[in-house]
Ligand binder design. Structure first.
Ligand SMILES: [Zn+2]
Length: 203
């Protein structure tokens, strides 16, 4: 109700007639965003975690984890949260001389980056992972009717041999596919890997 019209132009509204001022409530804080920011600030656990913010592809397994056995999901989450108990992680912040070296190959530090890319003890698993990823891509490419060449041996103008994992061909388009799995040790790790591969197969 518009009080001024009811009372007429010159009459003042009494204390009881004045409408209560509308409360302006603070916007509820975006706690999810805030927690993520706090996480990125953690020196060890937050290391380059910003890579995964709003990354639908990388986070798909967290939203739809049906394919992962329960006994492995905790381990997977530990890996994502940078709290997997590698020797390097367990030694962080300790004053005593906690052993940091790899329990399999004796390398100086046992951490995720090294296990994923270098430790010879898991070389077989690394090859299996590589082949599995190739199979996944081949399956998807077949569905989309690409012609697939597996590990074609190609020579460049200088007769140097190049062996990419896969070449997909459809119509006048060809895709050179070379798989690499990298640990995100810095915010540009994955982009750097992509650039490196593009350069390698550019010609
Ligand atoms: Zn090792």
């Amino acid at each position: 109700m518009d009080i001024s019209k009811e009372l007429g132009e010159n009459e003042q509204a009494s204390e009881w007639e004045i409408p209560t001022p509308k409360n302006i409530f603070p916007r509820p804080c975006d706690w999810r965003k805030q927690e993520f920011i706090n996480w990125t600030k953690l020196l060890s656990q937050g290391h380059v975690i910003s890579n995964f913010e709003k990354d639908k592809i990388s986070n798909n397994w967290i939203e739809h984890y049906r394919g992962i056995p329960h006994r492995k999901i905790i381990m997977a989450l530990q890996l994502r949260a940078n709290v997997y108990p590698t020797r390097e992680f367990l030694a962080t912040g300790r004053k005593d001389n906690q052993l940091k070296s790899c329990q399999h190959c004796g390398a100086d530090t046992e951490n995720c980056s090294r296990i994923i890319s270098y430790c010879p003890a898991v070389q077989d698993a690394r090859i299996k992972r590589h082949n599995y990823l190739c199979e996944l891509l081949v399956k998807e490419a077949k569905k989309k009717e690409w012609v697939i060449f597996q590990e074609p041996l190609l020579r460049d103008d200088n007769n140097e041999l190049y062996k990419s994992d896969l070449v997909f061909v459809k119509g006048d388009q060809a895709l050179v596919v070379d798989i690499t799995v990298r640990y995100e040790s810095k915010s540009t790790s994955l982009a750097d890997a992509a650039t490196e591969k593009i350069k390698k197969y550019q010609h």
